[in-house]
Design a protein around this ligand. Structure first.
Ligand code: NAD
Ligand code: UGA
Length: 459
């Protein structure tokens, strides 16, 4: 039996380790966090994150070969392998503010590992980190005078929220980076063997440490770049009567382009895309590559433009004034099937509408609590949070679809239309609904990347 510890019980630690534990009953797993409320929630029937299928897996392994704890020091001492999945947000102070990764949580963890270790260990970077972070970590960890040796591996996580269970159960690939010396390669083999309990070996890719660290940032940058590219073209479609869904479908049929991540939207959100691209931008600047930095930065600039373009279209369509008008935002989560609202375009649209003094009401099946938290007390106090979409729509001038929840498709839009102020508007930031049907009901409909269909004479 190997003692495997995960430090950080957030989205990554909490959704990956239970699945590893379920495939490795021969090993003991512990997940620790400094956040007591989070650990208590992982031990309860209401997990701190909403992730389809996860609760069933946690229930199966919790108390069997997976344990949750806040006693970080004790479990570090007992561990043979430590996964570190603490947060690495964008640094908001000092050098690199607004772009570089804030490594304070990561470094604190490294020092805690050092202080509490009495045996040599394998340390696995699961958090997303700037390229060459492992070098600093090795230096800190191996600076001990206890005769201990630490091998640092990079094993970035590629799961997407909402499909975390599926992504972990059946990953496209598992990436493991290690030092190219004997001890590093032995450590790589240990981790390969762990994953091989359920992942076919040909899907387990091993590289040097720096390739692995950099691959994570580049993978996110490429995914986000596709969305910004299709969103840029959606603006052109709206001017030319081309249809973005048709364009995306047709270009995606070219195998060299592929069909994924070409859904035009109000913008990409989530805790990682923007953070990781800005981190890449910072690294390029740091290494004296300003043109490369500007190239990737534009992906983020385009995304902000798309969010603001969507909000501006709303204001413009509603006769250039929305002050005092009730506007219902359908969706707060940054994508469907998660309660995560970090960097959600829904919140950015909400901020713009509040600036225009609209009376904003927000509805979402799972993410309203996080939306309140992420908006901050001042802004949240000006928003009505209403779990029932019918009540949210009642008396409103407009509905904006900001998260692609299936539930929103199944609503009775005739009933909703009847309860709204007229003229009634739908702004579909996810191209989720049946626009023709909505138009026939009486709505003025504004999709992304397709011409609006309205009953208004001036359009
Ligand atoms: P998160 O904020 O949800 O969770 C991080 C947890 O670490 C928090 O609960 C925090 O309390 C805990 N923590 C911080 N310092 C600690 C310490 N010293 N000891 C114990 N616990 C500590 O973050 P997340 O979304 O899980 O992301 C974690 C990392 O994984 C980030 O680097 C992120 O970029 C990366 N990542 C995230 C996703 C995702 O879908 N969210 C996917 C792939 C990679
Ligand atoms: C993303 C990556 O997909 C994961 O591989 C990665 O591990 C993770 O970031 C991370 O490092 O945190 P995630 O942010 O959870 O995962 O979700 P995505 O499915 O990538 O969606 C991100 C955003 O892009 C969402 O707001 C989504 O609505 C939007 N999106 C996605 C589009 O607007 N159009 C698309 O075609 C696809």
């Amino acid at each position: 039996m190997t003692n495997i510890l995960c430090i950080g019980a957030g989205y990554v630690g909490g959704s990956t380790i239970p699945i590893v534990a379920s495939h490795c009953p021969q090993h003991k797993f512990v997940i620790v966090d400094i956040n007591e409320a989070r650990i208590a929630a992982w031990q309860s029937d209401k997990l701190p994150i909403y992730e389809p299928g996860l609760y069933e897996i946690v229930k199966k392994v919790r108390g069997v070969n997976l344990f949750f704890s806040t006693d970080v020091d004790k479990h570090i001492a007992e561990a043979d392998i430590i996964f570190v999945s603490v947060n690495t947000p964008t640094k908001m102070f000092g050098q690199g503010a607004g772009k570089a990764a804030d490594l304070q949580y990561w470094e604190k963890t490294a020092r805690q590992i050092l202080n509490n270790s009495t045996t040599s260990k394998i340390i696995v970077e699961k958090s997303t980190l700037p390229v060459r972070t492992a070098e600093a970590m090795e230096t800190i960890l191996n600076s001990n005078n206890k005769g201990l040796h630490f091998d640092v591996l990079s094993n970035p996580e590629f799961l997407a929220e909402g499909t975390a269970v599926r992504d972990m159960e059946n990953p496209d690939r598992v990436l493991i980076g290690g030092r190219e010396n004997e001890s590093g390669q032995k450590a790589v083999e240990v981790l390969v063997d762990l994953y091989a309990n359920w992942v076919p070996r040909e899907k387990i890719v091993t590289t040097n440490l720096w390739s692995s660290e950099l691959t994570k940032l580049v993978a996110n940058a490429f995914l986000a770049q596709r969305i910004s590219s299709i969103n840029a073209i959606s603006a052109l479609c709206e001017k030319t009567e081309a249809n973005i869904s048709e364009v995306a479908h047709a270009i995606g049929l070219d195998n060299r382009i592929g069909k994924y991540f070409l859904r035009a939207s109000v913008g990409f959100g989530g805790s990682c895309f923007e953070k990781d691209i800005l981190n890449l931008v910072y690294l390029c600047e740091y290494y004296g590559l300003p043109e490369v930095a500007r190239y990737w930065e534009q992906v983020v600039t385009m995304n902000h433009h798309q969010e603001h373009r969507f909000a501006s279209n709303m204001i413009h369509a509603m006769f250039n004034t929305i002050a005092g008008k009730r506007v219902a935002l359908f969706g707060a989560a940054f994508k469907a099937n998660t309660n995560d609202t970090r960097e959600s375009p829904a919140l950015e649209v909400c901020r713009v509408l509040l600036d225009e003094r609209a009376a904003v009401v927000m509805t979402d099946p799972h993410a309203l609590d996080n939306a309140k938290y992420d908006l901050g007390t001042d802004l949240a106090s000006r928003v009505e949070f209403e779990p029932d979409p019918y009540k949210a729509a009642e008396g409103s001038h407009a509905i904006a679809i900001l998260t692609e929840w299936e539930q929103f498709k199944e609503l009775d839009y005739e009933k909703i239309y009847a309860s709204m102020s007229k003229p009634a508007f739908v702004f579909d930031g996810r191209n989720l609904l049946d626009h023709k049907k909505l138009f026939e009901i009486g709505f003025n409909v504004y999709p992304i990347g397709r011409p609006a269909i309205t009953h208004l004479r001036s359009e």
